[in-house]
Design a protein around this ligand. Structure first.
Ligand code: ADP
Ligand code: MG
Length: 691
């Protein structure tokens, strides 16, 4: 008997070619097909008389062909007219073969399913699905709603549906293993796996298309729940594994660390002190630290990380500090060099853009322990980089890297059974439920306080019509010694177009304001040029910096206290908050002007006003989650969240507390199920936690 953990090739009609196509979409066993849920459902249970068929709905109709011809106005079109005795209906096809044309013979009967339109009082369907009936063929309507599956490259909808139906039939006559114990399902009021799969793939006959989403939600939740559970368990396993490794006990150098902290030209906030102690405690233990440091933009995470690095170095070990952009790497290099002046610490940069020979040289120095602190992009963890004795990895702005990458970094520093400590920093305050899903393997420290003396940033929302007066304001402010950013819009994630927009804006502003110095920075410039521009801006030799979103993360120029952001209505709230965090770092009052292109719809208005009314990153990200969903919160590309098959974290975030509780119970009372749960959902290809 075929079972759901057998390969898809066991299904009827799956030859090597189709199997390959399915495999390329991560569908290798029958179970994978079952987890491919319908995107939506269609009602083909009722055959309508044309006269009574619902306009603007997708519906099923039938009629005799009374006319069929190819028309050539503008566009070659196949037009077929059918009549069912109550009305006529025009079918139009723009893409068709000669064979198709020949099929539509006069007097044949055709059944169509499609969107019924009323075009100038004539009924019409464009590209309906159709079937021409044989003379003796009796047409039968479907008994239940028809599931529509996501497109799989090169496989027709009907074929996918057939495969899933075969898979569903196997479930019907077998008992797929429910990995969540029955007692827990009962308590949570969740249906079994079998019921959920059968219901979702062939909804019961009595469900009406109008209520389908509500009727099916419990069954979908059941699957999301198990998927979230699988990820949670695997992250927890990962943690358990890592904690079994050894790590260097970094306990020496207490005095010098203390001296260093006292020598700073500011006093640590009490939140900074608290998290620093948490970190120092972790570092002194013989097992690897796995800690996430969360803190709003400007809360002063860098200095905390610097103290951790110093600790490693005072224990005669190496530390690696990783940041997502070259700009940020450069900035960290400068500020850490300044901070560690007089400490006899050897610091170097390693990024992808270094010349081959320089890179080789630095790698050599790292390998021989001639460098204590190495700052770089992810080039730090590429092959060929061998550390002499790496004992601490700091990852800044973690949300730019995914879960898998994070796990890979951890592997990288491994030396035998010894693991480096890991400090992961993020300024994107993540709502608690999301953090639970994405960072279940980490301890958390939170800096919940800004350095004193900071004045909250005043945020204004202005229409593009006010651009002239905004420019005037910026001009006057800059003439009076203030500094400003002008941020150009994010365009389709293409740095070329984005860079062009910034160049144009730079030109435009330079033409309009002659009395101040204007600079330009964007992702397409050479690193040397970017560095130069940042340096000039930092030294006050540039008054107004026109920038793309390259300055989004980390850039720190305390004297800059004005920011204009164009097309703010198109950005995520958390991204805007990050950008805005570039100002408000000194003790002068700061302003941020959000320009938008009118008209602004209600949601967009609400979103921008959240930003105007709050400076609290946690609150803002929670609102962003409610208004847009997590992909948007953390930037489109990298959410730091896994790619789920069924779960949708913004819809299902509310399941997380229960997921967490269930995971604890299963790990404790049913430990031998954890492997099965993880491998069912994460498969072998995507092992997060090899258990
Ligand atoms: P983020 O948490 O966004 O990475 P940074 O570490 O870049 O923040 O710190 C922002 C600015 O605040 C820097 O200029 C830093 O020197 C300064 N800073 C950090 N801690 C304090 C403090 N306790 N008091 C005053 N200024 C501080
Ligand atoms: Mg930072």
């Amino acid at each position: 008997m075929i079972e759901i953990n057998h390969e898809v090739s066991n299904l009827k009609g799956v030859g090597p070619l189709l199997q390959e196509k399915l495999n390329s979409q991560n569908i290798s066993i029958i179970e994978d097909l079952l987890f491919l849920l319908p995107l939506k459902y269609e009602d083909r249970t009722q055959l309508f008389d044309l006269e009574k068929a619902p306009i603007d709905h997708r519906c099923l109709v039938k009629g005799k062909i009374i006319d069929s011809k190819i028309l050539f106005y503008g566009r070659r079109t196949l037009q077929v007219i059918i009549d069912d005795g109550t009305e006529k209906l025009k079918l139009r096809f723009f893409y068709f073969s000669n064979n198709q044309y020949k099929q539509f013979k006069l007097n044949e009967t055709v059944v169509c399913f499609g969107l019924l339109k009323n075009n100038n009082n004539k009924l019409e369907m464009i590209h309906p699905e159709y079937k021409i009936l044989n003379i003796y063929e009796k047409f039968k309507t479907e008994e239940a709603l028809t599931p529509i599956y996501p497109v799989i490259d090169g496989i027709k909808q009907g074929r996918v549906r057939n495969l899933v139906q075969q898979a569903t039939n196997i479930v019907k006559f077998s008992d797929p293993k429910d990995l969540i114990p029955a007692s827990i399902l009962d308590e949570l009021n969740l249906p079994t796996l079998k019921t959920s799969l059968l219901t979702l793939h062939s909804p019961p006959k009595n469900i009406h298309i109008k209520n389908i989403d509500e009727e099916l939600i419990t069954f979908k939740n059941r699957l999301s729940f198990e998927e979230l559970l699988a990820y949670y368990v695997s992250l927890k396993n990962l943690r358990k594994l890592a904690l079994r490794k050894n790590a260097d006990k970094l306990y020496q150098g207490e005095m010098r660390t203390e001296q260093f902290i006292n020598s700073l030209n500011f006093k640590l906030t009490s939140a900074q002190k608290r998290v620093t102690n948490e970190i120092i405690d972790d570092l002194s233990l013989p097992r690897p630290m796995m800690r996430m440091l969360q803190g709003d933009v400007g809360s002063g995470k860098t200095i905390v990380a610097a103290i951790a690095c110093l600790k490693a170095i005072l224990n005669k070990k190496q530390a690696a500090f990783m940041a997502p952009t070259e700009l940020l790497v450069q900035q960290h290099f400068e500020s850490l060099t300044r901070l560690f002046e007089g400490q006899e610490i050897k610091i170097a940069i390693l990024t992808g853009s270094l010349k081959q020979s320089t890179r080789k040289n630095i790698q050599h120095l790292i390998q021989h322990g001639k460098i204590d602190l190495i700052i770089g992009t992810h080039a730090l963890f590429q092959d060929g980089v061998i550390f002499k004795n790496l004992s601490l990895i700091v990852i800044d702005e973690q949300h730019r890297f995914g879960v898998k990458q994070r796990v890979a970094f951890r592997e990288k520093g491994t030396n035998g059974n010894s693991h480096p400590h890991q400090l992961i920093m993020t300024a994107t305050p993540i709502p608690r439920t999301l953090a639970m899903a994405a960072y279940a393997d980490l301890d958390t420290s939170i800096i919940d306080e800004l350095p004193s003396g900071r004045k909250p940033i005043k945020t204004l929302i202005l229409s593009n019509n006010k651009r002239k007066s905004v420019i005037e304001k910026i001009k006057i402010a800059c003439q009076n010694g203030q500094q400003a950013y002008w941020v150009c819009p994010l365009i389709d994630e293409s740095d070329k177009i984005e860079a062009d927009a910034a160049k144009n804006r730079f030109q435009d502003l330079s033409d309009r304001i002659k009395s101040i110095k204007i600079g330009l920075i964007h992702g397409r410039q050479k690193n040397k040029d970017k560095e130069m521009t940042m340096l000039l801006f930092k030294e006050g030799k540039i008054d107004l910096l026109v920038a793309t979103t390259v300055i989004e993360v980390g850039v720190d120029v305390p004297n800059a206290n004005l920011m204009v952001i164009e097309n703010s209505e198109r950005m995520g709230l958390s991204q805007l908050h990050q950008l805005r965090g570039r100002v408000g770092r000194g003790n002068r009052e700061s302003h941020c002007i959000l320009l938008y292109k009118p008209p602004l719809n209600t949601i967009a208005k609400e979103r921008l006003s959240v930003l105007r009314d709050s400076n609290d990153g946690f609150y803002i990200s929670q609102k962003d989650l409610e208004l847009r969903g997590p992909g948007e919160i953390l930037g489109k590309k990298q959410t730091g969240l896994p790619q789920y098959r069924i779960a949708n974290i913004s819809r299902d975030a509310n399941l997380m507390p229960k997921v967490q509780k269930t995971a604890e119970i299963i790990m404790k009372n049913f430990p031998n199920r954890t492997n099965d749960i993880v491998s069912r959902w994460l498969g072998s290809s995507e092992k997060l936690g090899k258990v």
